[in-house]
Design a protein around this ligand. Structure first.
Ligand code: ADE
Length: 228
């Protein structure tokens, strides 16, 4: 069983709409849809925005739906000049840019207990995603995706997240999903289509391009599903 998580309704609506044998299950106020998508058994949910909702959703998928792999899809802000609106960032690893125990001598993003900053995605599956993007002619970049409980919408913040973590995309859930998957030994991946440049124009760009970027991430997901 593959788990697919998106933060916003628009990010998972197309998946839910195209499922067959679909069943609904509500856990802690979140609706989980089980059924078949592109010929594969999946569970998909709109987790809500931010790291806590994302972590709850990933843990629920693991404990209640017995997923063997989780993919986080959706939109993100570009931190890298090579990524423009509707291009795709593929996470090789995720970090939490707002996790901060630096006064204790730790590096920014340090996850105490796990004692690491970056959590690695399923590398073989990153290759599969990259190949699928290339097949579709979609411009994609692989690298670190940085999550935090804030929408990045100014150039200073953008630069500090990009520089500190060498990150290509920012968003608000992937790092939490990665942490939950890591502690449960479940492989995971994050695919984000760029909706904005995480700068002063981000709010307007997000409003204008999210729907288009979501279409791109769903198109890629469907191509990826052919290889699962
Ligand atoms: N999701 C899409 N754009 C984003 C941004 N600029 N910051 C955080 N999350 C995002």
């Amino acid at each position: 069983m593959l788990g697919i998580i998106g933060a916003m309704g628009v990010e998972v609506a197309a998946v839910v709409g195209e499922m067959t044998d679909r069943q609904e299950h509500t856990v802690s106020g979140v609706t989980y849809y089980t059924g078949t998508f592109c010929g594969k058994e999946i569970v998909v949910a709109q987790c809500g925005v931010g790291k806590v909702f994302a972590g709850i959703c990933a843990q629920t998928m693991i404990l209640k739906f017995n997923v063997s792999h989780i993919i986080n899809i959706g939109v993100g802000g570009s931190l890298d000049d090579r990524l423009n609106v509707c291009d795709i960032g593929i996470a090789d690893g995720v970090v939490q840019h707002d996790m901060d125990t630096t006064p204790l001598g730790d590096p920014l993003g340090f996850l105490s207990g796990i004692d690491k900053v970056e959590i690695e995605c399923d590398r073989a599956f990153c290759d599969t995603i990259e190949t699928a993007a290339k097949t579709l002619g979609i411009n994609c970049v692989r690298g670190i995706i940085a999550s935090g409980d804030c929408f990045v919408g100014d150039s200073d913040k953008k630069k500090s997240v990009a520089d500190t973590f060498n990150a290509i995309v920012c968003e608000m859930e992937g790092g939490a999903i990665g942490q939950v998957c890591y502690i449960n030994g479940i492989p995971f991946n994050v695919i984000r289509a760029v909706s904005d440049k995480a700068d002063g124009s981000a709010d307007i760009s997000f409003e204008k391009f999210t729907a288009l970027a979501v279409e791109q991430s769903i198109k890629l997901l469907k191509e990826v599903m052919k290889s699962i």
